[in-house]
Design a protein around this ligand. Sequence first.
Ligand code: NAP
Length: 247
Amino acid sequence: MNKIVLITGASQGIGACIAETFAEKGYNVAINCRSQNEVENGGNSVAENCRSHGVEAECFIADVSNFEQCANLVKEVAERFGCIDVLVNNAGITRDGLLALMKEDQFDSVIAVNLKSVFNMMHHTAKLMIKARKGHIVNIASVAGLYGNPGQVNYSASKAGVVGITMSAAKELGARGITVNAVAPGFIETPMTAAMPEKAREAALSGIALRRGGLPKDVANAVTFLASEEASYITGQVLVVDGGMIM
Ligand code: NAP
């Protein structure tokens, strides 16, 4: 029987690529989208691409910063597919600005979507995985959460939090046969980085040992590895996927 993966924020970018990479490997895929608009303008075609690999795939709407909507999301996916073998917390946003100029809402919204969502989703999914005594959780962090980045105090704080929650959850859930890891991408070519000012893009690319931005597939390959049997003795780790940007 196919395993089931649930990926948050999978209507585009890295999340969409993670969904399609799991489908290539024979997983049935639950694609979380923030709203009906994202289902129609991304999610549906991600689901179609997944199904082209002969697996089942469906979109599920939820704003993952909302605790109750996450409870419903997990319930709906478990009812539809019977269980959740792998959870990938991918949804994320940026609201960049300098510390002294940053509005309270810019800080709060990034913490809510990037960090609180990870608590929401792990809280509800862990109950199912504990019962099943197995499961893999992969959280998408960022090198900004490990080393900081000017203009991103909100984003780097949220991603540092993702690293902390990953390690604590790994220590709690290890005895139940559940692994919890994080992937920390560097500069990946997606709509998120396409929106950066050209100068900032050039500066970021010039500091990468491999001299190119990463592809969503580079991140997806790391995520599927951490969810695989081959990685069954790896937990509480942060796998940096940055082409040698930070060493
Ligand atoms: P992206 O293209 O902007 O995709 C982010 C996804 O998250 C979108 O599908 C977005 O949906 C969804 N999302 C946002 N808020 C949501 C919410 N409240 N509920 C559910 N879904 C929500 O970004 P990306 O570059 O693929 O980033 C994916 C992850 O990788 C993020 O966690 C990001 O922080 C991390 N990351 C990216 C890079 C990079 O270079 N791109 C580097 C390091 C880490 P909407 O379209 O509806 O907003």
